[in-house]
Design a protein around this ligand. Structure first.
Ligand code: SME
Length: 161
């Protein structure tokens, strides 16, 4: 039986209280841990950051070691970065260019992190349960990402090489 979804409005208020410093590294690490702790049936949660043009670099995460880097033209994360739209996938094995970091993952939700029209990165959630993420989850987790963006100073992370 699937677990009951959390109260996302309550989680948004709790995350606001947790993210009180504005530091991007602290807040992104805390956000991953918070989501992993409070959203049931996840096996991986993490940020991928845009540090080079058209390419995502692994950032703070919870779960098994993951794939790095991810070009914008590959995978579910690449699609989220390229289109700047949330990708909600019921069965990742049906996505031709899905990048399989952990064989246990079956469903995926990837939310772009955008400030002032600039793509900063994405937040990626994986679940072992097919069709784990409902529209309610999408709206709720997009709200948590909005809290992260509002409460965090998102610096330019582009590297020089
Ligand atoms: N599955 C992702 C890659 C990242 S891992 O899930 C952590 C994708 O296809 O973009």
């Amino acid at each position: 039986m699937p677990s009951t979804n959390p109260d996302y409005a309550l989680l948004a208020r709790q995350l606001e209280a947790l993210l009180d410093e504005g530091d991007w590294l602290v807040n992104s690490a805390q956000t991953c841990a918070f989501v992993m702790q409070h959203v049931p049936e996840l096996n991986w949660v993490g940020f991928y950051l845009q540090r080079q043009p058209e390419r995502l670099t692994l950032g703070p995460f919870q779960g098994k070691p993951a794939c790095n880097p991810i070009p914008f033209d590959k995978g579910v994360c690449g699609a989220a970065a390229r289109t700047r739209t949330t990708q909600r996938i019921d069965d990742v094995h049906a996505v031709a260019d899905h990048i399989a970091c952990d064989a246990a993952s079956n469903a995926e939700l990837v939310i772009p992190v955008v400030r002032d029209s600039v793509l900063w990165g994405v937040l990626d959630l994986d679940s072992p349960r097919h069709a784990r993420f409902s529209e309610e989850d999408q709206v709720g987790i997009e709200r948590l990402v909005s809290v992260f963006v509002e409460r965090t100073h998102l610096p330019d992370l582009f590297t020089s090489r």
